[in-house]
Unconditional design. Structure first.
Length: 239
């Protein structure tokens, strides 16, 4: 009897002028492994005041086959700088307020020549009103903490986001958990969603753990995908 091979998606947030070198380094590492990158881009924070080099890099990555997803609208580029008690930007918005933010975001993305129909809410949490607003604005995909939703059919590709915790004391545990969790999911043929912020890439431990997790998934024949490609991909069955 055959088994279903795993699917692997890697996302990066926090792309800006100060982290561009780290972003490019990760993209190169993934390209050498045949793994596409899903770039999470906050229009107001990440786009409004960025130098031309950042925007050109993002456009170039997209042209090379990497994916672009809108990451909220005006939340902080690194949400960990805010108190954890502050609710994420799209976590509780009713539909009309979410529509207003999405309309403003769409105008910014269009001005930057970075339009996309895929959405990732800050902290991976979207309210029911946000989902309604996304459909109204023509988005086809919304990825949250527990899965990736096809907004055209409402089908959810189940798979929890895996990333890193906060602080040096928790870093070794999170690195170990990321690698081991990826290994288990890959052996079971599950959907693997690895999320990293450019802040994580500044530290050697998380950066190496991410690459180790990717290598383990590939060792178990995981299929590398972008979030957009997931909506049309049918998992392969190995003999």
């Amino acid at each position: 009897m055959g088994y279903v091979t795993a699917q692997l998606m890697v996302s990066l947030s926090g792309i800006n002028a100060w982290t561009l070198e780290r972003s490019a380094d990760l993209s190169d590492e993934l390209a050498s492994r045949g793994v596409p990158l899903s770039m999470l881009f906050a229009p107001k924070i990440a786009g409004a005041d960025q130098p031309k080099a950042v925007l050109e890099w993002v456009r170039g990555q997209r042209a090379a086959g990497n994916a672009l997803l809108q990451h909220g609208y005006d939340h902080p580029a690194d949400a960990r700088t805010r108190t954890i008690r502050r609710r994420a930007e799209f976590a509780s918005l009713p539909a009309h307020e979410a529509t207003l933010r999405l309309t403003a975001a769409a105008a910014t993305m269009e001005r930057l020549n970075l339009t996309t129909d895929a959405f990732v809410p800050p902290r991976w949490v979207a309210s029911p009103g946000t989902l309604l607003a996304l459909r109204h604005k023509g988005f086809t995909l919304c990825a949250d903490l527990m899965g990736t939703r096809d907004l055209r059919t409402d089908y959810v590709h189940r798979g929890r986001v895996q990333g890193f915790g906060f602080g040096e004391r928790t870093e070794p545990w999170w690195c170990f958990a990321l690698v081991m969790g990826t290994s288990r999911a890959a052996r079971k043929g599950q959907l693997i969603r690895l999320a990293v912020d450019t802040t994580d890439l500044a530290r050697s431990g998380p950066r190496q753990a991410l690459l180790d997790a990717i290598d383990i998934a590939l060792h178990h024949d995981a299929t590398p995908l972008t979030y957009q490609a997931l909506l049309t991909h049918q998992p392969a069955r190995a003999a």
